[in-house]
Design a protein around this ligand. Structure first.
Ligand code: ATP
Length: 352
């Protein structure tokens, strides 16, 4: 057998250490690329599948390019890593909600299941106990958690999310043994202080993104005209603000108030604030705005924050920011006081 053949033998599918790195990649940024490169060089993972999600089950849908464009953006971003990175379209082809457990089951059929590693960032680790069938995920793969600015790597089992603790047999110095027989390890990497949500805002408002994405990805985005401002599809933002207010009143939102902030130095033009009677009511009010806007304008917000907790949900539609509060929390922040110099739109409950 020639040395070349030997080399091929040592790289059979069975012996490869496989990494699975999922995400929305909306857009792909340097944090993602650094994460993949660090896992490859520091942990000796042979092949990494970058898997863009059709729809993350834990994130509300936001504005972004169509699936094929996100896939292509990943190919462009990882072109120079193509010897060990596969940009993998299985979740896009499957469609619907992209459950990691289903994705890992499919990888387990293709590769030696004992060699599968799921790669996630620290922000995802903090909510890992809420992932669908996390116990099964821990059977299917070991987990590599990469550091992310603003999130602290756990020191002991007590720092793990509560629901994960029973699934952990032991944890010391950033390395944990799972009761499933797999392991979880934490990898510290240089801070990449970047998030896709922030980049979407930068791109839409024409601010510089060069520190946060590769030139190739930036050029790709420009050449396809992705992440243009959503304004043209919305038209007049005052009318749009009133439209969102109606959606809130229709679901029994309390004390809905709208403001034209243009006379102030606020970074947006309009704001809308409303309250719900419970955290659940608050999230469902925000959902009703999302649905109404999607139906009427075919637009998703640029970012959504706080939906899972339902204390203060923020929907960013560019020139309009919608704040839906659990009423109790609204009293704490008193946002309206910040907007004293603005023009009150005098929004009234259409049914009152
Ligand atoms: P968003 O801001 O919209 O929530 P994101 O920047 O977190 O998006 P995703 O596509 O959701 O991007 O992330 C895919 C994976 O990459 C996740 O596991 C996430 O934790 C990880 N990740 C994203 N950004 C970073 C970063 N700056 N440092 C380390 N890991 C990151």
């Amino acid at each position: 057998m020639s040395p070349k053949n030997l080399e091929v033998k040592s790289e059979t599918k069975e012996s490869l250490r496989i990494g699975v790195f999922g995400g929305t990649f909306n857009p792909l940024h340097v944090g993602h690329i650094q994460c993949v490169r660090m896992v490859k060089t520091r942990l000796g993972i042979d092949r990494i599948h970058v898997v863009p999600a059709a729809q993350n089950p834990r994130k509300p849908r936001t504005e972004g390019p169509k699936d094929e464009d996100r896939l292509e953006m990943c190919r462009v971003g990882f072109a120079s890593d193509a010897d060990y990175v596969t940009v993998d379209d299985r979740e896009l082809t499957r469609g619907g909600l992209s459950y990691t457990v289903t994705t890992l089951e499919s990888f387990a059929k293709e590769y030696d299941p004992s060699q599968l590693h799921l790669i996630i960032g620290m922000d995802q680790f903090e909510e890992l106990d809420r992932w669908h069938r996390i116990d099964r995920i821990f059977e299917l793969a070991s987990v590599i958690v990469v550091s992310r600015p603003g999130h602290v790597i756990p020191y002991s089992i007590a720092d793990f999310p509560e629901g994960l603790r029973p699934l952990l047999a032991d944890f010391e110095k950033g390395f944990g043994q799972l009761t499933s027989g797999r392991h979880i390890e934490f990898l510290r990497m240089p801070d990449a202080d970047v998030s896709a949500s922030d980049l979407r805002k930068r791109l839409r408002t024409g601010r510089s993104v060069e520190k946060y994405m590769t030139i190739e990805v930036e050029e790709f985005i420009k050449s396809r005209g992705l992440y243009g401002p959503i304004g043209p599809r919305i038209g007049d933002f005052e009318t749009f603000t009133r439209f969102c207010a109606e959606a809130l009143y229709a679901k029994k939102g309390l004390n809905v108030r709208g403001f034209d902030l243009r006379p102030t130095t606020a970074p947006t033009e309009f704001s809308l604030v409303a309250s719900g009677t419970s955290t659940r009511h608050t999230s469902s009010l925000a959902e009703s705005v999302l649905t109404a806007v999607k139906e009427e304008f075919n637009v998703f917000p640029q970012s959504v924050e706080g939906m899972a907790e339902g204390r203060w949900v923020l929907l960013d539609y560019g020139s309009l920011i919608v704040h839906v509060f659990y009423d109790f929390v609204r009293q704490e922040y008193r946002l309206e006081e910040l907007w004293k110099e603005s023009r009150d739109l005098g929004i009234k409950d259409p049914l009152a």
